[in-house]
Write a protein of this length. Structure first.
Length: 749
């Protein structure tokens, strides 16, 4: 095609836009005669193109909020693919608006979406000197359109689809330019100039993952878009011309680094200032002062992810929130959809996390459990939930959050299940005994009934499990009480619970159906941290299964709530960038145990904090009614204390995160060992939680389950009802090792 032919065809799409009412027909008359056929052909193409462009909210950062203890919300972390915060017109300094219009599109307020003069100039330049490429000349509205199309591409699911869409959105062809103009004309009719300008300034790229003037102002200058000075505003508008080369966060760039005074950006910034002066947007004095101002960025990184929450000791809590949302089908059908929503939809995620209590919990834990210890993969946690709602109000850990191999640093959340960033779980020791006690009561026994404490070697044949084949033959479960602890030959179940006597509970286990023990635990929400099957050998009575602290807190909160368990939640509400509520899976509460059984178990656990009870030294004695249970495995390898009022439940764990090293003589902080540290932590933390939440009077026991004082009595193989569930395949014949969960010579406390 000849130059004249190209010129006629290209001018054709300008005339097409004129016919659509975008341009003034009179201004095009001199060009219309150049190629009538080209004009008519282009008009047909133009009117066959779609003219509706769906402008969706561009990608924005999502923010995670906690509470400061005074009812104020605090942003503790953000998630994003593009660092962008949409702002309203009055939140953008006039200097930015003037700089953008004066430089990019001086006729913005007069044109109909397409810059007539700029487009014709670019058309002539393209036809006469630049081959088949189309020159720029785009109006702000056209640039806005192109950015919207690019954003639509980035919402696609596959990389191939994104790349194809992106290349089509930015290709330099007459057809693409014509479609851009068609959209721009429609956008100009649909939206006000203020809306278009604001949308443009919110969507433009400013280098790397920084998009929009608000994020740009914060990142490059540590301020808000509303407070940008003249030289700062001119610099941001300069950057948007070529973000890859003109960004000012790369001081080592040889062409445009700090050593060169950001030479390329400075040249473009001064060009912007020239335009602002020529259009009388700034005075001569402002111009001269701005020209003399060096580019001095104050890079303020908007952290993405949970590392930023470490400032509030909440990195592990944050990661738990993220992991649970990414597993929540209510947030999207696929993992990709959930990630896209979390990282791009500008969600406002509100949590029940109390930063004041979080700080107190972290201080209490860190006062007695160091981040690392030689030869031991040392772990320590505290997690607090609210009975009746499942809300998680604290979650702390002794280690620093991160992926480093350095001592005391891990991304594994010891509080939670493996599916939510947690570990394989830990043997719970005697904190599992309440589920045995519940079965004892269900099968007609009482708290005042006496049981034998005799025996150290219990044949499997003495036990009964109606739904799990525990084997028999010569298998023996070896049980001991606290080292060198003298116990009477028999004692009441009430006293055996308070003092956590292992042999008493082993003898109780001989009189009940072990199937019910596991069933009680499962009904109260207890499950293995790796979601594997329960071990239902006799040693389960003393806590051999690997459970997470959060799960145990959930179960004990169920006892506090009259037998109704609520699944733990770390999110209270979610809204999108428009304020619309976003659905998510909340707590599910269900009756798991008859209230008279739950209340009687709770009554027995009050003795743990009194007199000879194993946790009496940790009792704050501040008037808030509490119940508790401790647990310790062989050699103090795992150490637990779970405490509850009617208004909160808190679980403390200190132990080996991996491996098998006893902590009974291992020195920690302030003279504590793995065994004693849990009491010290609780003694410091419980008064804080009592002041924050308090608690009502605990319910009394069912008088029928309290019972009269009796002498030792037991029968083998269970006296309770036989469970109808079919037996499972026989497990390996080797007996459970004595090192499991207090199943051997551990303290069991």
């Amino acid at each position: 095609m000849s130059i004249l032919g190209k010129l006629g065809a290209l001018v054709g799409f300008v005339i097409a836009a004129a016919v659509a009412g975008v341009l003034a027909a009179a201004s095009l008359a001199p060009f219309a005669v150049l190629s009538a056929d080209g004009v008519h052909g282009t008009l047909g193409t133009y009117f066959s193109m779609p003219d509706y462009l769906k402008i969706e909210t561009p990608q924005q950062i999502s923010t995670l909020y906690a509470q400061d203890g005074k009812g104020h919300e605090v942003a503790v972390a953000t998630f994003y693919s593009q660092d962008r915060v949409n702002v309203d017109p009055d939140e953008i300094a006039q200097t930015v608006k003037d700089a953008a219009i004066d430089t990019e599109d001086p006729r913005f307020y007069q044109e109909g979406g397409v810059d007539v003069i700029g487009t014709i100039r670019a058309t002539l330049a393209t036809a006469l000197g630049h081959g088949d490429n189309v020159q720029g000349g785009s109006s702000i509205t056209q640039q806005y359109v192109k950015n919207v199309l690019v954003q639509q591409c980035e919402r696609l699911s596959s990389k191939k689809a994104i790349d194809t869409c992106y290349n089509k959105a930015i290709e330099v062809t007459p057809e693409r330019k014509l479609q851009e103009m068609r959209y721009a004309s429609a956008v100009d009719r649909q939206y006000s100039k203020a809306q278009i300008l604001t949308g443009y300034l919110n969507i433009v790229g400013l280098g790397g993952t920084t998009y929009g003037v608000q994020a740009g102002a914060r990142y490059y200058f540590g301020t808000d878009a509303a407070h940008l000075t003249v030289p700062q505003a001119a610099t941001l508008v300069a950057i948007l011309n070529n973000p890859s080369n003109l960004r000012i966060d790369e001081p080592s760039n040889p062409k445009n680094g700090a050593k060169n005074g950001y030479k390329l950006t400075l040249e473009r910034r001064d060009y912007v200032l020239d335009k602002m002066r020529s259009h009388n947007s700034i005075s001569e004095e402002q111009y001269e002062a701005a020209k003399k101002t060096p580019i001095t960025p104050k890079i303020t990184q908007q952290a993405s992810g949970c590392a930023a929450a470490a400032k509030y000791d909440a990195a592990y809590y944050c990661q738990y929130v993220r992991d649970t949302l990414l597993a929540d089908p209510a947030l999207g059908k696929t993992s990709a959809e959930r990630i896209e929503k979390l990282d791009t939809a500008g969600l406002q995620i509100h949590t029940p996390l109390r930063l004041d209590l979080q700080a107190a919990a972290q201080k209490a834990l860190s006062s007695y459990v160091p981040k690392s210890a030689g030869g031991v993969s040392l772990g320590g946690t505290n997690v607090t939930v609210r009975p009746g709602s499942g809300q998680i109000v604290t979650m702390v850990q002794n280690t620093d959050f991160g992926n480093s191999d350095a001592p005391g640093v891990t991304s594994v959340n010891y509080n939670t299940d493996q599916a939510y960033g947690g570990s394989m779980g830990f043997q719970t020791g005697s904190t599992f005994k309440p589920f045995t006690l519940a079965e004892w009561l269900k099968e007609g026994h009482t708290l005042n009934q006496y049981v034998s404490t005799a025996g150290r070697h219990f044949p499997f044949s003495d036990f009964h499990n109606s739904c799990y084949n525990i084997g028999a033959g010569s298998q023996v479960w070896n049980v001991q009480n606290n080292d060198n602890e003298a116990v009477p030959g028999s004692m009441s179940v009430m006293a055996a619970t308070a003092q956590s006597i292992n042999t008493a509970y082993a003898n109780m286990g001989r009189q009940i159906d072990l199937c019910g023990v596991a069933a009680n635990a499962k009904a109260m929400g207890v499950h293995l941290a790796n979601n594997g099957p329960f071990e239902e050998f006799p040693s389960e009575i003393l806590g051999t299964n690997l459970i997470s602290p959060l799960t145990m807190a959930e179960a004990y909160a169920g006892f506090s709530n009259g037998g109704t368990v609520c699944t733990p939640i770390a999110v209270t509400s979610i809204t999108d960038s428009t304020g619309k509520k976003v659905p998510f899976t909340g707590a599910k509460c269900h009756g798991s145990m008859p209230s008279n059984i739950a209340n009687t178990v709770e009554y027995a656990l009050q003795g743990v904090l009194k007199g000879a009870g194993t946790a009496a030294t940790a009792n704050p004695n501040d008037g808030v009614p509490l119940f508790a249970k401790t647990g310790t495995t062989d050699g103090d390898e795992q150490n637990w204390m779970i405490t509850s009022s009617t208004n909160y439940t808190t679980a403390i764990w200190v132990g080996n995160a991996s491996g098998h090293v006893g902590l009974e003589h291992f020195p920690l902080l302030q003279g504590t060992t793995g065994y004693t540290s849990k009491f010290s932590i609780a003694h410091q933390l419980l008064p804080v939680l009592d002041r924050a939440f308090g608690g009502a009077a605990l319910p009394g026991p069912d008088p029928k389950l309290l019972g009269a004082v009796t002498q030792p009595h037991y029968t083998h193989k269970g006296t309770g009802p036989t469970k109808p569930a079919p037996a499972k395949p026989a497990p390996p014949k080797a007996p459970a090792p004595p090192s499991k969960g207090g199943g051997g010579h551990g303290k069991g406390h």
